[in-house]
Write a protein that binds this ligand. Structure first.
Ligand code: NAD
Length: 510
């Protein structure tokens, strides 16, 4: 495929890079990467060894000593150049994301566009790393706070956003003066290798040291554990499942490291009697089947007022009937494959659990076979009628299953159902009634990190802080003031008087 060549992806690729130099280890295991869309083998990646890891961290530690002294707007200039390179490679990189991960080509391009957008955001931010000044209670004293870089920031990313999640973290961390280590998901390492090559050219062109941006492809159980336990890495941003995040968070906390946890969601849309169904329907369908239900913000639950339940149910089933499922590189298709056969199994098991709890499968649920579906990763998105308390409904199944849940009473009853799960990522309400929408946004409303009105749960603009509450982990990344997590705050007091007033009025006769 031409786009693989353009991106420098070979039949065999090394998986660790200190910046520009690729480690030549081929004895620490290899990953054969298959396209979930076609089932074709794309390429092989050699995983990094523990020794490679040591060298990468050493180079990154050295690079930090130089990078932290580069003025922030100059660091922003490097990020601007990275953004420009990504613009040049948007088409092939978007294609690789689609081919390797299985999301639609449009979503693959969209993911690269998010990288470009966060570069632009970070460039502006590089001139806005503001601290506050405070009035001291002592005469002739000045107080202020300033923000310093942390050191090495490691981004551990999930398979479903092979490149964008890294950029949401790394571009902010870079302008903040941190150096970056990236451990991508072992399911999608090729897109990360392609990005590392693009970034390496910018680093080289600017004569910057090795180690400002480095990459390591390795096993979670070895390299991953090394990262979690490594005191030389002050901040780890982990995007992934709540199961992995819980473990990682406790290891990092055990060494007083900082963590940004971006974990699973169980996102709901509330449809009240006052919903504009013309608006709601596309948002629901895109939210539930986009990226084949493999977004952390995918719509999983629809909480529908009983008076409109049957009408909505019929409309959604009709809309699902017109979905085209197939090769994600063909832009005529709406739904691509799941990431692998393991995910297909999870999808089937979840539907069995629905039935066991007394729920009904209203539509879909089949594993697709035959021409075009040879990879074994395609399923027909499912719609189920369920109750919120079913154990399987309380879980995040990373697949296109939409649960329809009926509510009686008013919007408060719907909000209670929406909040009655352990996750707290994204939520939405469709209503034209201001009292209902404001109740949803009030302190008594949605308990999620993202709460939308008349727009679905899926996706988010880079300008806002992204993340969720409860078992979603509490982390925030991307826009707003998320940058503060990548720096350490220091409070400074300066005395320009000729006296030394001690705290609490204490006096020493010296
Ligand atoms: P996962 O938890 O299986 O893996 C996530 C990352 O953690 C991978 O890079 C993996 O290699 C790494 N990892 C695994 N074990 C590790 C260990 N012991 N030490 C260090 N790293 C380890 O998740 P996944 O299947 O790749 O992604 C899907 C999950 O990610 C879903 O739950 C989804 O909701 C979540 N997600 C959350 C967000 C968000 O922003 N909240 C965004 C995207 C995906």
């Amino acid at each position: 495929m031409e786009f693989l060549k353009t991106l420098g992806i070979e039949e065999y690729n090394y998986g660790s890079c200190t910046g520009r130099e690729w480690k030549k280890t081929d004895t620490a295991g290899k990953l054969d990467i298959y396209s979930p869309g076609s089932g074709d083998k794309i390429a092989t990646v050699y995983q990094a060894s523990e020794e490679d890891y040591e060298q990468i961290v050493k180079k990154a530690s050295e690079a930090f000593l130089l990078w932290r002294d580069v003025p922030a707007p100059k660091r922003g200039e490097i990020v601007r150049q990275i953004g420009d390179e990504l613009r040049k490679y948007k088409d092939p990189l978007g294609r690789l994301v689609s081919y390797e991960m299985g999301k639609s080509l449009q979503e693959g391009w969209g993911e690269v566009q998010e990288m470009i957008d966060i570069c632009d955001f970070a460039v502006g931010l590089s001139r806005q790393l503001y601290g506050l000044t405070m009035h001291s209670e002592r005469p002739d004293h000045r107080m202020y706070e300033q923000w310093h870089p942390l050191g090495i920031v490691c981004t551990i990313s999930a398979f479903n956003f092979p490149v964008a999640v890294w950029s949401w973290n790394a571009m902010l961390a870079a302008v903040c003066g941190d150096v970056n280590l990236w451990k991508p998901s072992s399911k999608v390492p090729l897109a990360a290798i392609a990005v590392q090559k693009i970034v390496a050219r910018v680093i080289e062109a600017n004569n910057l040291p090795e180690g400002v941006f480095s990459l390591i492809v390795g096993k979670g159980s070895t390299i991953g554990e090394q990262i979690l336990n490594d005191k030389r890495i002050p901040l780890i941003s982990l995007t992934g499942s709540t199961r992995v995040g819980k473990h990682a968070n406790s290891v990092i906390a055990g060494r007083f490291g900082k963590a940004i946890m971006e974990l699973g969601g169980n996102n709901a849309i509330i449809l009240t009697e006052n919903a504009d169904l013309q608006l709601a329907l596309p948002a629901i369908v895109f939210g539930a089947v986009g990226t084949a239900g493999q977004r952390c913000t995918s719509t999983r639950r629809l909480i529908i007022h009983e008076s409109i339940f049957d009408k909505i149910k019929d409309s959604i089933i009709k809309a699902y009937g017109s979905l085209k499922i197939g090769n994600p590189l063909d832009i005529a298709n709406h739904v691509g494959p799941l990431i692998d056969k393991g995910a297909v199994k999870d999808f089937c098991n979840a539907l069995e659990e629905v039935k066991k709890s007394g729920g009904k499968i209203l539509y879909g649920g089949e594993v697709l076979t035959g021409a075009g579906y040879e990879s074994g990763c395609y399923v027909k998105p499912a719609i189920c009628e369920v109750e919120n308390h079913y154990p399987i409904v309380q879980e995040e199944t990373f697949a296109p299953i939409l649960y329809l849940i009926k509510y009686k009473g008013d919007v408060k009853d719907a909000i209670a159902i929406q909040n009655d799960v352990v996750q707290g990522l994204s939520s939405a309400i469709f209503s034209l009634n201001m009292r209902e929408t404001e109740e949803f946004l009030s302190t008594r409303g949605s308990d999620c990190g993202i709460a939308n009105v008349n727009i679905g749960t899926s996706g988010a603009e880079i300008g806002g802080a992204f993340g969720g509450e409860k078992e979603t982990g509490g982390g925030r990344e991307s826009g707003s003031d998320s940058w503060r997590a990548y720096m350490r705050r220091q409070t400074n007091t300066i005395n320009y008087s000729d006296k030394i007033p001690l705290a609490q009025g204490i006096k020493f006769d010296l």
